[in-house]
Design a protein around this ligand. Structure first.
Ligand code: TXA
Ligand code: MG
Length: 365
C-alpha cells in the first residue's frame, strides 16, 4: 500500500505539481506558493526538504500534517545569507561564526537561542532554533526568490527514509503538498550534521557529512550527544527527532557485523552468516534482500542484492543508502540483511542511520 492509499477521503487532496527545479519560472511559481503559505518540496545537497514559511505558525502546522510528524519535533530553518542568523538568533557566539564561515553554504545545521519572531510551532516549543544555509542552487534560489526563511524537514512521511530523488518525494507527498521542484538525485544523501552551540563546548546532535574532526579543526573540542552513542532508554537525545525509529523499511532489517570489520577473515564470516540467514528465510518461503557493496555483491546467494555503493568510498554509500532502503519496500521483502559500513570518515553517520533503520538489530560474527 502506498501512502497515497492511506489518505482518507475526508482529507482534501491537493494537486501536486512536479516542476523542473532548474527552470527559473518554476522557482518563481514555487516562491508564490510559499508566500501564500503553501508547501513546496525542494532539493538540497543532503536530502529533499519540505518547505514552508518558517515564521508562520500555520505553515509549520501544515508541514507536520503533511509528514504525519509529531509536533514536538522541531524544524530546521533554511536561509540564504548569514545576516539572517542575526534576525533569528538571540546570541551568535564566536564559535558559531567560525563554523558558519567554514561550512556554509553546506550540510551543517547550528542550534542557537531563538528570537521571539521564530514561532513555537517551528521550534516544537523549544527556546532554540536550528538554522542551516544549504548549498544546493535550487534551494538557495528558492529562499532568495521567496524572500522568506524556509522551515524544511526532510520531505518523507514520518518514519520513512529521507527522499534523495524527486520520485521519493512524490511517493510520500502526492496529494499533500502543492509542488515538488525536481533537482535530480541529491549529492550527499544523508541529512546535515547538527551542532548545538548553546553551550561552551559544541555538541553534535546528529552526525553527518561534516565530521567531528572537521568541526574540531575550526573550533577545538566538540562532543557527541551521549544518547547517540549507545541506545539507552534513560538518555534523551537533545535533537528530539533522533529519538524516533527512523528510516525503517517495512521488512525486518538486521545488520551483520564482523568483529574485525576490516580484515578479510571478518568480511568472510559476515558473508557466510548472511548467506546462511538468507537460505533459512528463503526456505521458509520468505522474500529476502541483502544490502552490500560493489566489492562483495557477487558473493551472496540471494534473489535481491542491493548495492549501496563502494566500500572504499563512504560517500557513495551515503548517497544511495536511503534509495536502497526504499527499494526494499518496493520489492516488498520480508527480511533484509545488511553488511555494516563503519569504515572511513563517514562510517559513523552512515551507521547512525542504518542502526535506526534496523531498530538496532545487530548480529556480530
Ligand atoms: O539535511 C537536512 O538537515 C535536511 C534538509 C532538508 O535540510 N533536513 C532535515 O530536517 O533533516 P528534519 O526535520 O528531518 O530533521 C531535523 C532534526 C530533527 O532531529 C530535530 O529534532 C532537530 O533537527 N532539531 C531541529 N530544531 C532543533 C532544536 N532547536 N534543538 C535540537 N534539535 C533540533
Ligand atoms: Mg527527517
Amino acid at each position: 500500500m502506498t501512502n497515497q492509499d492511506t489518505i482518507t477521503e475526508s482529507e482534501n487532496l491537493i494537486h501536486t505539481q512536479l516542476l523542473d527545479g532548474d527552470n527559473p519560472e518554476s522557482i518563481r511559481q514555487a516562491a508564490i506558493i510559499l508566500k501564500e503559505k503553501g508547501l513546496v518540496a525542494f532539493p538540497t545537497e543532503t536530502v529533499y526538504g519540505l518547505g514552508g514559511d518558517a515564521l508562520d505558525e500555520n505553515a509549520a502546522a501544515k508541514i507536520y500534517a503533511a509528514k504525519g510528524r509529531p509536533s514536538d519535533n522541531p524544524l530546521i530553518v533554511h536561509i540564504a545569507d548569514t545576516d539572517a542568523v542575526y534576525k533569528l538568533a538571540k546570541e551568535v557566539p564566536d564559535k558559531a561564526k567560525l563554523l558558519m564561515e567554514a561550512f556554509w553554504p553546506g550540510p551543517l545545521t547550528i542550534i542557537l537561542p531563538k528570537k521571539e519572531i521564530v514561532p513555537d510551532g517551528t521550534t516544537g516549543g523549544l527556546n532554540t532554533v536550528a538554522i542551516r544555509m544549504p548549498s544546493h542552487p535550487v534551494a538557495l534560489s528558492l529562499i532568495r526568490e521567496s524572500g522568506l526563511y524556509i522551515a524544511a524537514p526532510s520531505a518523507n512521511t514520518s518514519g520513512r527514509p529521507s527522499p534523495t530523488l524527486a520520485d521519493h518525494v512524490m511517493e510520500d507527498m502526492k496529494g499533500r503538498i502543492e509542488m515538488i521542484l525536481d533537482g535530480g538525485a541529491v549529492g550527499i544523501g544523508i541529512e546535515s550534521t547538527i551542532v548545538d552551540l548553546t553551550s561552551e563546548v559544541p555538541v553534535i546532535l546528529r552526525p553527518g557529512f561534516i565530521t567531528k574532526s572537521m568541526l574540531e579543526e575550526i573550533v577545538g573540542k566538540v562532543t557527541i550527544d551521549p544518547a547517540l552513542i549507545e541506545p539507552d532508554p534513560n538518555l534523551r537525545p537533545k535533537a528530539p527527532g533522533m529519538k524516533y525509529t527512523h528510516y525503517a523499511p517495512k521488512g525486518e532489517l538486521t545488520i551483520v557485523e564482523g568483529a574485525s570489520n576490516a580484515s578479510t577473515k571478518g568480511a568472510n564470516k559476515v558473508i557466510t552468516k548472511i548467506n546462511q540467514l538468507v537460505l533459512e528465510k528463503a526456505n521458509s518461503g520468505f522474500k529476502v534482500a541483502v544490502i552490500t557493496t560493489s566489492e562483495n555483491a557477487n558473493l551472496f546467494d540471494c534473489e535481491n542484492i542491493l548495492v549501496a555503493g563502494d566500500r572504499e568510498k563512504g560517500e557513495t554509500i551515503a548517497a544511495k543508502l536511503y534509495k536502497v532502503l526504499r527499494q526494499c519496500d518496493e520489492l516488498d521483502v520480508d527480511y533484509i540483511y545488511s553488511e555494516a559500513f563503519n569504515d572511513g570518515e563517514l562510517g559513523g553517520a552512515i551507521m547512525n542511520r542504518l542502526l535506526k533503520a534496523a531498530g538496532h538489530r545487530v548480529i556480530k560474527v
